[in-house]
Write a protein that binds this ligand. Structure first.
Ligand SMILES: [Zn+2]
Length: 276
């Protein structure tokens, strides 16, 4: 197995050898995933287009890790190269500084975000190797430790229509954050060799990208961890079969990968569009 480091954690080879929470969700349609796109990504056939939001998230994480100066030096494209703002941070990253200021000015946030940063752990779960990277890790806090994930997001009170459930859901459901926190808790427990259900308490520190950034601290209890692990166990066998090439990946026909060469198989009756 590949020995994971900060340099290779997000590499293709690491994704091939290890399952991660985002890879898992990428395979499961109920979490907005697409099997075909996930397989194409792993084979190197398809590279997901980079989004600005991704870079902003990395900027905030570099602050949490204490490596912001290094991050700025390695990413000169964050600096405006023309016009009256030439030489300054681009507006969206300037706003990231405002978000960081909000976090720094809240003592409870800084307490929860303290500890070891960007800690990589691996363990075997559901018969495969998993990798996680904990933003902030305090193994000595609470009963079995505290793990905290830092999230920079558009807003906290958005709602999303879930077609399968035929109901609105909040950002925690929509982005599968309960699954993430449960997997983090379980992999950390396994990596540290503690008994079943002796979980570190997962937390999320959230900062919004709004003009006046809002922020929140959340924790997840043992009941939701157990329930979410149960849900992952239901989907994981199919994910393993598709990832290993035993089963043919299904196309979702909705994602950027599928839309590149979508071909219609039939003509639909107009009323099929009425479902939403
Ligand atoms: Zn697709």
């Amino acid at each position: 197995m590949l020995k994971l480091t900060k340099d290779n954690y997000f590499s293709l080879e690491a994704s091939r050898q290890y399952m991660s929470v985002s890879q898992f969700k990428g395979f499961v349609p109920a979490y907005g995933g697409c099997e075909a796109a996930s397989v194409a990504k792993l084979s190197g056939e398809w590279v997901e287009p980079k989004k600005d939001a991704f870079e902003e998230g990395k900027y905030i994480h570099a602050w949490n890790e204490g490596t912001l100066a290094e991050f700025r030096a390695n990413n000169p494209d964050m600096i405006s190269s023309q016009g009256p703002t030439k030489g300054q941070l681009k507006a969206n990253f300037k706003h990231c500084n405002r978000m960081i200021e909000v976090l720094e000015n809240d003592p409870l946030v800084m307490k929860v975000l303290a500890g070891q940063k960007e800690v990589i752990l691996t363990a075997n779960l559901f018969g495969i190797a998993w990798k996680i990277m904990i933003d902030s890790y305090q193994p000595e806090s609470g009963h079995f430790g505290v793990i905290t994930d830092l999230k920079a997001m558009k807003e906290m009170d958005g709602k999303w229509w879930n077609k399968e459930a035929q109901a609105y859901e909040n950002f925690i459901e929509h982005y599968g954050y309960k699954i993430q926190m449960a997997i983090y808790a379980e992999i950390e427990r396994l990596a540290k060799g503690r008994k079943p259900e002796q979980w570190a308490l997962p937390h999320m520190a959230i900062i919004t990208k709004e003009k006046s950034p809002d922020h929140e601290l959340l924790f997840f209890d043992f009941e939701v961890i157990a329930q979410q692990l149960q849900i992952v166990s239901k989907y994981i066998e199919r994910v393993k079969l598709v990832k290993s090439g035993v089963e043919t990946p299904v196309r979702c026909e909705k994602c950027e990968y599928c839309l590149q060469d979508k071909k219609l198989q039939r003509i639909r009756h107009y009323s099929e569009m009425n479902l939403y």
